[in-house]
Design a protein around this ligand. Sequence first.
Ligand SMILES: [Ca+2]
Length: 182
Amino acid sequence: MLGRMTRNIGVITTLATILAILAALGPASGIASGGNGPHAVFAGHSIRVADVSNYQCHDAAFPVIECFETAVERDFDFVSRTEGDDALGAGADILSATSYVTWFDAVNYGGGSFTASLSYSDLSTLGWDNRISSFKSLNGGRPKWWQNTNFTGTSWRWLAGAQVPDVGAGASDQFSSVQNVP
Ligand SMILES: [Ca+2]
């Protein structure tokens, strides 16, 4: 009897811990605020947000932006975190993020890139203001790009799931906010 109670208390304590971790992680979807800017990490070390666009990064663990040398590493890490394939088998690492776009610094999917699961009212908080030149929609997503922050000014949109190797001279290096609008 006492043993069962102890086990139950143990289960409840574990659940409370998981809930506390989830609460600390914040909402897994929605619009990221520009107030408390994200924190970027590469190879276990903090990097300046201004340098994020030089790397291959994702936001699955937002507000931590995780960056890698290659897109393959980035994509593997995103899948590991969101589908539980982590080599460590750590269940606490599983997040519910679903990516809707990977955007790129250069045309033809070149240079640094960023895989996003959130909308961003100010891409400067990621170091990506006025830099994007190509993108690939993911999971049937349909990013809506805005010339100014807070989803204002001119906007651009392609078809859901669009792969766009060059957003064009009028749109390249213009995007300052983005939201997923299926
Ligand atoms: Ca702009």
